[in-house]
Design a protein around this ligand. Structure first.
Ligand code: FAD
Length: 212
């Protein structure tokens, strides 16, 4: 199976970095092909704009979604976007590895979605949700939080984590057709005991059983 892991943490020695390393090692041992887009290491530009395209359909009035759809037809995405799209289309399984920031994706990963999940290419013309471009493929979030599980329960201070993740799981991944697996969450790795961190990494390892 081809796996694409999109990694969004600014520090390689972070707990997110450790989770990524365990996933890469385990999936490789299991015989999968894994590609990693390490967005900070790549200095990925998360801001969508005119630079996403090698030419514009309408240089006088720039409309991002329209230009994406034209670029999907004409194959005029800029090289940094096109190479991520190629990785995305190669993947049978997509993983986002990230720390929860402001109840959502870090901007660098949100911008990856803005630019790579382009209109006309990954959705449009009735191709979405169960009829989406990536139907039959799977996706999963693997994330860390600052807060403990108790504040992410349905009656907790921050509210239900699944509700918080709905815009990503439903509005991004399922929107383009992926079957979305339950998220893997390492709660508050900076605040728990070392044994709990070890347990998170063991669970990351056992969660990598994707089948072949
Ligand atoms: P780190 O701090 O890198 O790691 C934690 C611990 O793990 C460290 O002690 C490290 O030494 C140790 N470690 C590293 N590698 C290993 C290893 N191999 N084995 C064992 N231990 C290891 N939190 C929320 O809950 N909700 C929010 O909305 C939210 N918004 C945020 C917004 C911003 C802009 C920022 C900066 C933070 C926000 N946070 C929020 C907190 C953030 O989610 C956490 O700080 C983050 O998830 C912690 O993960 P980390 O990888 O950065 O942990």
């Amino acid at each position: 199976m081809n796996v694409l892991l999109v990694h969004a943490h600014e520090e390689p020695k972070s707990f997110n970095g450790a989770m990524r390393d365990v996933a890469v090692r385990t999936l490789t041992e299991e015989g999968h092909t894994i590609e990693v887009s390490d967005l900070y290491a790549m200095n990925f530009n998360p801001v969508g704009g005119r630079h996403d395209f090698t030419s514009l359909a309408d240089p006088d009035f720039f409309k991002y979604g329209v230009e994406q759809a034209k670029a999907a037809e004409a194959k005029t995405f800029a090289p940094d976007v096109a190479s991520e799209q190629e990785k995305l289309f190669r993947a049978d399984f997509l993983i986002f590895q990230f720390p929860l920031w402001w109840f959502g994706l870090p901007a660098i990963l949100k911008g990856w979605v803005d630019r790579v999940f382009a209109a006309g290419l990954t959705y449009g013309g009735g191709r979405w949700y169960s009829n989406g471009v990536f139907r039959g493929k799977r996706a999963m979030l693997s994330l860390t939080t600052g807060g403990p599980p108790s504040i992410y329960s349905p009656r907790g201070l921050n509210g239900d984590l699944n509700t918080i993740l709905f815009p990503i799981n439903h509005g991004m991944l399922y929107f383009v057709g992926f079957d979305v697996l339950p998220p893997f969450v390492a709660y508050a790795p900076a605040r728990v005991a070392p044994e709990q961190r070890d347990s998170y990494l063991r669970n990351t390892r056992s969660g990598c059983d994707l089948g072949r």
